[in-house]
Design a protein around this ligand. Structure first.
Ligand code: MG
Ligand code: MG
Length: 254
């Protein structure tokens, strides 16, 4: 069942996603070699709570923290730890959620830790471009497959691979609502985009094989070949004028 949101509900979701955006920027200020990922989690939790929201991931299906932090070959759902210390050249995908006024925010950004290799830099750039290519397809009358196809083509045309087992999703009063939003697929297929639909588009793009492994901690997903993976995520509302992106990376990048 797909829940279409009213304009008022979309504004509440914008508040949530702007808080997520600002939380990611706050976390980003503290990303440097020597920092433990658990420290970043604490910064995010404090920031979210001090702005009148609750961390969306904490306790979600038993997840132990406020952020998913996935380093290098970790794709998504990494658990923050005092033992995971960032070092120069790492990349770190930070996924953040909030709940406020009954609705969720959910967005992710992959940061570089200091100087990274040019090939890894390209992976980050292309993955973010994949997200933007997906957003370009958001308009009334298009289908989920149009988004999926745009993301897949851009990734593969640049020599990277697309994770299949994990997908984007509808967002609203629940973190994961219908429809699923895959990062691969055929144009013209899947659910129709109608006014009021809010979806998370979240390309997970690998440098090497698209194959992944689920680690024994019950959460962490990593690439099978242990090459790097990147992840960027926006929440986007479908309006009669096209895509209304509820997330902003400007807080991070400016
Ligand atoms: Mg998501
Ligand atoms: Mg997310």
């Amino acid at each position: 069942m797909i829940y279409y949101k009213t304009g008022e509900e979309i504004e509440i979701m914008r508040e949530n996603n702007m808080l997520v955006s600002r939380t990611l920027a706050e976390v980003g200020k503290h990303i440097r070699p020597g920092v433990a990922t658990l420290e970043l989690d604490k910064i995010a939790e404090d920031y979210i709570r001090s702005h009148g929201a609750v961390p969306g991931f904490l306790g979600y299906q038993g997840f132990p923290n406020s952020l998913c932090i996935s380093v290098n070959e970790q794709v998504v759902h990494g658990i923050p730890s005092s033992k995971t210390i960032l070092k120069e050249g790492d990349i770190i995908s930070v996924d953040c959620g909030t709940v406020m006024k009954g609705f969720y925010g959910d967005s992710a950004y992959t940061f570089a830790v200091g100087e990274i290799e040019p090939g890894v830099r390209k992976l980050l750039e292309v993955t973010k471009e994949c997200l933007y290519k997906g957003v370009e397809q958001v308009r009334v009358g298009n289908r989920i497959g149009d988004i999926a196809n745009a993301v897949q083509n851009h990734a593969e045309n640049n020599g990277f691979s697309v994770v299949r087992e994990l997908v984007g999703h509808g967002l609203g009063r629940s973190m994961h609502e219908a429809p699923e939003v895959p990062n691969y697929g055929a144009k013209g297929r899947g659910a129709l985009l109608k006014e009021g639909l809010v979806i998370c588009i979240e390309p997970m793009i690998n440098m090497g094989t698209r194959q992944i492994v689920f680690e024994n901690d019950g959460w962490t997903v990593r690439t099978k070949d242990r090459k790097p993976s990147a992840h960027f995520e926006f929440a986007v509302a479908v309006t009669k004028n096209g895509a209304d992106v509820l997330t902003s990376f400007d807080y991070i990048e400016n």
